[in-house]
Design a protein around this ligand. Structure first.
Ligand SMILES: Cc1cc2nc3c(=O)[nH]c(=O)nc-3n(C[C@H](O)[C@H](O)[C@H](O)COP(=O)(O)OP(=O)(O)OC[C@H]3O[C@@H](n4cnc5c(N)ncnc54)[C@H](O)[C@@H]3O)c2cc1C
Length: 416
């Protein structure tokens, strides 16, 4: 870094990692340019709530210019970074280039369809406001179509909702969708027999929530089954044409809805950097989160491949991204002071997933909880983690309303 001038830190991505890095450098003697292709920070853990018509996008997203209004050392630029020249130290964005002294790459991840092209084209995913809204529109449209469908076979397929992937996102989506049908759709469509509807959770391995301890996996299965979610384990999907699912063992399931939550990989930009990629195409970085041969580049969050002490890759979680942001910001400050950067150490805050009303599973301080207590912890934590007092208040009121009146706020089919 040139000691004559204020170092220029470019942060690409304003998700959990990028946003936290920028905030942690608020009082540092640096000039920051934060770049994102969106003008808002998105709280992805609640995307499934958009899909099941529980919340509106503005309640889980917050404008970046508002977040950083008071941070004097930061400028925000909206744009898509298409290339990075690590030797010349610049990023290419919207046809121009932005030079950096230090780069923090926090571009996150995207859905991994593992090369299943037909599935990618015909399924729904939960990764952005657009994809979650389009899932909501489709789900609601299925009920409209089913309400006027006279062919019982087709009506059954219209009302069969398949969620693929038994991780936390799949479990949360399946549980919430089953409740939407039981508590809300039955009231909206009194003339329809919604016992014909089905929510199926497909999982390729022998268990849901594989990262969770055994007792919580069992609780998850029990809670889901209690909400009428049918769980198909050891069921690997091989094809989907928009109306029929084919499994590896040849079984076919007729369904007009498939929500894919079975895989994540690093953002597409990482494929174009000419750097070493590991599992899920994440970029292999040093324990200090620096790019090998380029100590002025930090890569964090879903885009970075870092192993824990047991040699296992750290999960793609907001908590990992935020803690890595803390280490990257600290290391940037250390380097400015002529000190050595520190290795990253993940402090696991525990595991938490909701399965609908009064139902969640949690592993905190080495203890496992399930049911109402875990659900209350989930509600409090998610409200607390949202950005903006107004969003917190509105989401709290919404959830309280839905809880007491068995309602869901956003049953709108909008044009896309
Ligand atoms: C549906 C869902 C539920 C989840 N639930 C949980 C949960 O309960 N708990 C948990 O801990 N984690 C959860 N996660 C995972 C968590 O959201 C991610 O691990 C976390 O967002 C990663 O943070 P990040 O900063 O690496 O990337 P992100 O938060 O994804 O941010 C990346 C940012 O980079 C921007 N970007 C990407 N490419 C470019 C480019 N070329 N140019 C400019 N900008 C770019 C994107 O617009 C985005 O704003 C969930 C994820 C999903 C999708």
């Amino acid at each position: 870094m040139n000691p004559e001038k204020v170092p220029h830190i470019v942060i690409v991505g304003a998700g959990f990692g990028g946003l936290t890095t920028a905030q942690k450098l608020a009082n540092a003697p640096v000039q920051i340019t934060l770049i994102d292709r969106q003008n808002y920070h998105l709280f992805q853990p609640l995307l499934y709530q958009i899909a099941i018509a529980g919340l509106v996008p503005s309640q889980i997203a917050y404008p970046l210019r508002t977040i950083f209004r008071r941070q004097k050392n930061l400028t925000f630029q909206m744009g898509e970074v298409s290339a990075i020249d690590f030797d010349a130290r610049y990023v290419r964005m919207n046809g121009s280039v932005i030079a950096y002294d230090t780069l923090v790459l926090a571009v996150g991840g995207e859905t991994n369809f593992f090369g299943l092209k037909a599935v990618e084209e015909n399924s729904f995913q939960l990764k952005s406001i657009e994809s979650a809204t389009s899932t909501r529109n489709h789900l609601l449209r299925m009920f409209e179509q089913a309400s006027r469908e006279v062919d019982p076979e087709k009506r059954r397929a219209l009302l069969t909702f398949v969620v693929v992937g038994g991780g936390p996102t799949g479990v949360e989506t399946a549980g919430a969708l089953a409740e939407l049908i039981t508590h809300v759709m039955t009231k909206d469509y009194p003339a329809m027999d919604l016992r014909e509807s089905h929510v199926l959770l497909l999982e390729a391995t022998g268990s849901v929530m594989t990262a969770y301890p055994d007792e919580l996996r069992k609780s998850t299965m029990k809670l889901l089954q209690g909400k009428n979610v049918e769980i198909l384990l050891n069921s690997r999907l091989t094809d989907y044409n928009g109306q029929r699912i084919t499994l590896a063992d040849g079984t076919c399931i007729d369904a007009y809805t498939l929500i894919w939550t079975a895989g994540v990989r690093s953002a597409e930009l990482t494929d174009r950097l000419g750097v070493e990629q590991a599992a899920a195409r994440r970029v292999r970085v040093e324990p200090t989160l620096q790019l090998p041969q380029h100590p002025e580049v930090f890569i964090i969050g879903d885009a970075a491949y870092v192993e824990d002490k047991q040699g296992q890759p750290l999960p793609m979680l907001a908590t990992v991204a935020q803690q890595q942001a803390g280490t990257a910001a600290k290391n940037i400050r250390n380097i400015l002071k002529g000190k050595k950067p520190e290795p990253f150490q993940y402090k696991d805050p525990g595991l938490l997933a909701t399965i609908g009303r009064n139902a969640a599973v949690a592993r905190i301080w080495g203890l496992s909880f399930s049911g109402l207590i875990a659900w209350l912890i989930w509600v409090v934590l998610h409200i607390y983690r949202l950005i903006g007092f107004r969003n917190r208040l509105v989401v709290l009121i919404n959830w309280a309303w839905d809880y007491f009146f068995y309602d869901s706020q956003v049953r709108l089919i909008t044009r896309e």
